[in-house]
Design a binder for this molecule. Sequence first.
Ligand SMILES: [Zn+2]
Length: 439
Amino acid sequence: MKSVALLHASQLVTLAGPKRSRIGAEMSELAIIRDGGLLVRDGKIDIVGPSKEIAKQAKDAEIVDACGRVVLPGFVDAHTHLVFAGNRLGDFERRSRGETYEQIAKTGGGIWSTVEKTRAASDVDLLAQAKRRANWFLKCGTTTIEAKSGYGLTTEDELKILRVMRSLNDDSETTKPVIRESRIATEERVGIGTRQGGAVALEIVPTFLGAHAIPKNMSASEYVDLVINEMLPRVASEKLAEFCDIFCERGYFDIEQSRKILTAAKKLGLKLRMHVDQLANSGGAKLAAELGATTADHLEKTDEQGIAAMKTANVQPVLVPGSVYALGSTCYPRAREMIQAGLAVVLATDFNPGSSPTPSMPMVLSLASTQMKMSPAETVTASTINAAYSLNRGDKIGSLEPGKVANFAIFDCEDFRELAYWFGFPQTHAVYVGGERLA
Ligand SMILES: [Zn+2]
């Protein structure tokens, strides 16, 4: 594989530092190299430094001149619901007229409408839809995402969704997308990030979220049993997920049911992530601490006790301001208190058709700065190195350091703070995964 020498980044935002997630004041330290560059060999970062030094060692490498643009590690989006069928335009329109999420869910909208469409979709169709969306992430400068199942809610449909994720990662999989006649051009559907054989360049970390909602035809306890006795053993034995997640919230899965499901998942070797305290402070953050979850996500209603519990157990908070914004709420999580308490804060899109239809990490950075009072530097740390550690990949991605995978994005601006400052349009100039240019 050829070598690549990237030169003349106005700011090479390396995030070099301790080999762990960053807390407190460390979140503001980006280890920026001005007029920086890096040398890529065999898809990995070999040398990082001033352009002058990199140029000296470039030898036969292909030269990529960033021409004074900003270069960052590819964003790592640690909370998405990538695989689903259709959209929720009807819900969106009803919300725009003033109806609440709960009202819409009671009358045919909400998660359930996406479950019905996803069950009806074939794996081939789901894969084609997921590929199209995977390219949206790449176009925003994101190179790794976590993705959750949860729109199937039967054993077969949950497995179908997780297998689609596996196909996205693995080009040896037999399920190939069949691009059907569409108003959207074929190139747009398959897109920039598709590799030979059909896999996408975006790395996908799979999470099993069978406990996303209780299906209409079952009681909560029947469904909890199904998740524990049938779904989890299949997911674990087929190695379809690295994490298990749950929607721990009133009307979905309470603390006791959540403890039961997650304890079973842990016994099978899965690590834990949790949707908690989004609608009410129901003690979800504390449960995440008790179970030693890797992350507790949402946390819009979490109080200081929940924050203290997460600190004691080293649980990483994953904050998703895109869903607060898209639901028209103003109740953002207490990011400043979490940083002050020493939590290794992560930012993510929560990409999903109902409450957060955005794949854009720059948009999330903007929301985090304007609505949650995180500094631009803290938002970058939260969406790269801290997110990578929350996915167990801090040793491979999330910063630009020798030995790491050469995943980086070049943005059409001179200062990294411009990413969150100019909002609502893409500033991506080029995206590299494993040293190969995609976009
Ligand atoms: Zn979510």
